[in-house]
Design a protein around this ligand. Structure first.
Ligand code: SF4
Ligand code: SF4
Length: 344
């Protein structure tokens, strides 16, 4: 794989990363084989998170025996407070079997409330600075689903990398965030390059992303053949053709009325319904075990039955999604998933 400079971190990373969510679905032995297979293909950049069940432990087991300095390991803490952040950092290091993490991210800074808690007194950011000062964190970073909040945090100048959803449907980052990351010389990780499991066509998805030379896509990988296919695409890179562009437009048109960008502009819902969690459920069930998906989605789906159809959320959704209708569709699909294990 081609190696690229990852912004001002100065790290040289493979032009595609290994996303560590779907290995939650594999046994430890199988996950280790998949991760090692990816490393042997030249993928040196592995991204996980404290919250991805046993993903950190599986990665920790897989990287033993490889020269640590050849690998770039990224993880994340969802904590808002300093104490929680430092505890999670320690757990991350223990699970990964390493004494430093190359890139550590505040995970999912997507709401003003979370941003204010992280950067407030005794907030997680104090923990981030402590971890950087003592060398346990080499490069501070954050992830977000909210473009304005992400841009504000980027402009503080503190962070060396950022992770934002970016694929041919969720393409808003192309306009401002990617140019800003370039200007600030920050590494840019493209979260959900295949829509977090919602896009099926790897070729179209990655051909689109290849147009952007300064980004590193982070596809979630469950099977070795998935990363093999992506590596092959990068090794045979070519510009988008008119047919590719037509396919992208067709898919965007098809998905446009139901695709949730997880921006949460529709919140707050007076009934406390976690709208985006439900609308991206298809992707979640693809990446998680059935038990974990049910634990996450079950209460949210149950709550969504309280929808009063006030349509406040619809008026705030920039994509004009018919949220009350989509909630009903997802309630039905969820029932099917619970009885058959398949999201149809
Ligand atoms: S329509 Fe339903 S989901 Fe939307 S804000 Fe009203 S109660 Fe919440
Ligand atoms: S429903 Fe609309 S506003 Fe809410 S998260 Fe999805 S895309 Fe954003």
């Amino acid at each position: 794989m081609r190696m690229v400079r990852f912004g001002k971190t100065g790290l040289m990373v493979s032009e595609v990363a290994f996303g560590g969510i779907p290995i939650m679905r594999r046994s430890k032995e199988d996950a280790v084989k998949v991760i090692r297979g990816a490393i042997d293909l030249g993928v040196n950049f592995i991204d996980t998170a404290h919250g991805y069940a046993d993903s950190e432990e599986k990665i920790g087991a897989a990287i033993q025996g490889y020269p640590r300095e050849k690998l770039v390991i990224a993880s994340k803490s969802p904590a808002s407070d300093k104490k929680g952040f430092l505890e999670q950092l320690e757990t991350t290091l223990k699970r990964l079997g390493t004494d430093y993490v190359d890139i550590y991210q505040h995970h999912g800074v997507s709401t003003k409330e979370k941003r204010d808690a992280i950067f407030g007194p005794d907030g997680a950011h104090e923990g981030m600075k402590e971890g950087v000062a003592d060398g346990r964190i080499r490069h501070p970073a954050f992830s977000s689903h909210n473009i304005p909040i992400a841009m504000e945090i980027m402009e503080t100048g503190y962070f060396e990398a950022v992770q934002i959803p970016f694929n041919f449907v969720d393409d808003t980052a192309a306009e401002e965030i990617i140019p800003l990351a370039k200007k600030l010389d920050m590494g840019f990780i493209s979260m959900k390059p295949m829509g977090g499991g919602l896009l099926d066509n790897a070729e179209t998805s990655f051909r689109y992303l290849m147009q952007f030379d300064s980004i590193v896509p982070d596809p979630g990988i469950e099977k070795l053949e998935e990363i093999e296919q992506i590596v092959r695409l990068y090794e045979n890179r070519r510009a988008l053709t008119d047919d590719d562009r037509a396919a992208i437009q067709r898919l965007k048109d098809e998905l446009g009325t139901s695709w949730c960008h997880r921006c949460d502009y529709c919140q707050p819902c007076p009934q406390g319904i976690r709208i985006s969690t439900i609308l991206v459920a298809k992707g979640s069930v693809k990446r998680m075990t059935k038990e974990r998906a049910m634990a996450m989605l079950g209460p949210a789906i149950e709550k969504s039955k309280d929808c009063a159809e006030c349509r406040d959320c619809v008026s705030r959704c920039p994509y004009n999604l018919d949220i009350p209708e989509l909630l009903k569709v997802h309630q039905q699909k969820y029932e099917g998933f619970v009885s058959t294990g398949v999201w149809a």
